[in-house]
Design a protein around this ligand. Structure first.
Ligand code: 16G
Ligand code: MG
Length: 564
């Protein structure tokens, strides 16, 4: 009893102490958006400390399961930083805790913070102040930003403010590595960085061993230049590239001293938005397959340098990566169920494709033409991921290159039992298709979109199909599109429905958008408030670039005159 009281006192003391060490900067206001908290790195210590404290609370609530913290601002400029929390399954923190994340981050003084935490713990039934054993564990990762180390210290202090919580610093990592480690740790499987690399290297090798003998390809088809955005993805790739047999990888913007600035004129976000070659690429690279990661390596796009006279690129975005994955998986499922006329036990294979309104209309049409089920969610990985979990195999991608393929446990179990049944007939097409799916499920990150595991799956599929970059590009032609952003006084005045394809507020705006769309062949347009910037985004698509530009511009004018 006395010991309990001591622990309670100690808990209060620690919360007050940490709150006074990391006060909310004057005038700052933090909001836990699609990517967690983001701001200028120098102003983030209090938000990072409190997010870490929240992660520890979440771990206590979930009976000590490991929770993750990633300190990164992804594709944003090097001076920015950010923090987000990963749940025990490796996915994003459950949205129902986001409002409290906001309240906690904005607590004005130590006493307010203490009261908020105590009240929240009471409401959520979180047993605080139990000493003696580890009641919470939080895994921490950070990217290469210069503010990373100082924010790591703030995070460690936030975790240590919860009695019984243990912080485990996993070091400088890609965002998907940390999510993978959290998931693995809670599944009781090996969760170190070398385990992650081994899984990638082994499953990639197994996929290549299953490439039909007449496919594969020549030396050029095995060459890949990777733009590492001068971030952590390039660093990690340098560490493992020699072990990726069957590929000749050259890393540019690798993050080495002197190579350039993080995300500056390079990286997946830059290439996808600007459609030009990243820093360090030139017409000498014409004809070679190139891939671009973002600063924390959770986004991936591909490109070809397309012209010697200007720096334009032929882009393969997340939609086309998704289409390649969907095609491959559909093909393997078909091989398994078609047993040369003999009935095969069908696998439970509800295959679902998840996109957002930004998906190019041509990709959706292509996927539907394959007979696939395509559904839409609002922008933000947490929405797509959750939807994809509803399927036996759920493939999700945002056009910006963030996505993965999720295999349900039930599906994997059935796949395992099928391959055991078939293993005496290892030369059959069925067995090999089952083994390909099994290897793909081990290669592609099951916790979150991962550019490193994503590009390895792309490379394995291209070799399996014997496809060039050009073959892949020609799956379908993107409809011309345009994105604009409009600065408004209050972006929350826009409320959307139907996975952000329609505006419900302010009233009248959707009618104006519909009127504009009616002027264009194959016109499509939507607006949505950004989750990461103080702007409203406008996206338009039409049959020509001029039409897409003009549709986006007229809708942006309506937004500006209603809300500007
Ligand atoms: C964040 C999201 C990304 C989304 C983007 C939209 C995560 C990990 N990242 O970067 O999925 O596409 O925000 O930004 O969820 P916006 O709301 O500013 O358009
Ligand atoms: Mg990122």
């Amino acid at each position: 009893m006395a010991a309990d009281q001591d622990h309670e006192q100690e808990q209060r003391r620690r919360l007050l102490a940490v709150a006074s060490r990391f006060p909310l900067p004057n005038g700052a206001r933090f909001s836990y958006g699609t990517a967690g908290f983001r701001a200028d790195g120098a102003t983030m210590a209090s938000a990072v400390c409190r997010a870490a404290l929240l992660a520890a609370l979440r771990s206590v609530k979930l009976a000590g399961a490991a929770v993750g913290i990633v300190i990164t601002a992804s594709h944003n400029p090097v001076r920015d930083n950010g923090v987000k929390i990963a749940d025990p399954d490796g996915g994003m923190m459950d949205q129902c805790w986001e409002p409290f994340a906001d309240t906690l981050a904005n607590a004005p003084d130590p006493d307010a913070l203490l009261q908020l935490v105590l009240q929240f713990a009471k409401d959520e039934g979180i047993p605080l102040g139990r000493g003696g054993h580890h009641t919470a564990q939080v895994l921490l990762g950070r990217d290469t930003r210069p503010t990373g180390e100082y924010l790591l210290d703030a995070a460690l202090q936030g975790i240590n403010a919860i009695v019984g919580a243990r912080a485990i610093d996993m070091g400088i990592l890609t965002t998907p590595q940390l999510h993978w480690m959290v998931r693995s740790k809670n599944k009781g499987i090996k969760a170190s960085e070398s385990d992650y690399f081994t899984q990638l290297i082994d499953s990639f090798r197994r996929l290549l061993e299953l490439v039909p003998k007449d496919k594969g390809g020549d030396d050029l088809s095995k060459k890949l230049i990777v733009d590492g955005a001068n971030g952590i993805g390039g660093v990690k790739l340098e560490q493992i590239k020699a072990e990726l047999s069957g590929l000749n990888i050259i890393v540019r913007n690798s993050g080495k001293e002197g190579e350039g600035i993080l995300n500056h004129m390079c990286g997946a976000d830059f290439v996808q938005k600007e459609r030009v070659t990243p820093h360090g690429f030139s017409p000498d690279d014409i004809g070679v397959r190139c891939a671009s990661l973002d600063g924390d390596a959770d986004r991936l796009v591909y490109f070809h340098v397309s012209s010697a006279s200007n720096n334009s690129v032929a882009l393969v975005d997340g939609d086309k990566i998704l289409s390649l994955f969907a095609l491959f998986i559909r093909e393997q499922l078909d091989i398994i169920s078609d047993n040369g006329g003999q009935a095969n036990k069908p696998l439970p294979s509800r295959l679902g494709i998840v996109q957002t309104a930004y998906a190019n209309g041509a990709s959706t049409k292509f996927l539907k033409s394959l007979g696939l089920e395509v559904v839409f969610t609002p922008t933000g990985v947490k929405y797509l991921h959750k939807k994809a979990l509803e399927y036996d195999i759920g493939i999700y991608f945002e056009a910006n290159g963030h996505g993965t393929v999720l295999f349900s446990e039930d599906f994997i179990a059935q796949l395992e039992s099928l391959s055991n049944e078939l293993c005496s007939r290892a030369d059959t097409a069925q067995y090999q298709a089952a083994m390909r799916l099994m290897a793909a499920s081990q290669l592609i990150n099951q916790a979150v979109g991962d550019a490193l595991s994503g590009f390895l799956l792309v490379e394995a599929i291209l070799q399996y199909k014997g496809w060039s970059f050009q073959n892949w590009c020609e799956l379908y032609s993107d409809l011309p599109s345009r994105q604009l952003k409009v600065k408004v006084i209050d972006r929350t005045a826009i409320i959307t429905t139907d996975a952000e394809t329609k505006v419900s507020q302010p009233s009248g705006l959707q009618e104006l958008i519909d009127m504009e769309i009616a002027n264009y062949a194959h016109g499509r347009c939507f607006v949505r408030p950004s989750g990461t910037e103080d702007v409203v985004r406008v996206y338009a698509e039409a049959s020509t670039q001029e039409a897409a530009d003009s549709l986006a511009k007229s809708v942006a004018c309506h937004v500006e005159s209603l809300l500007g």
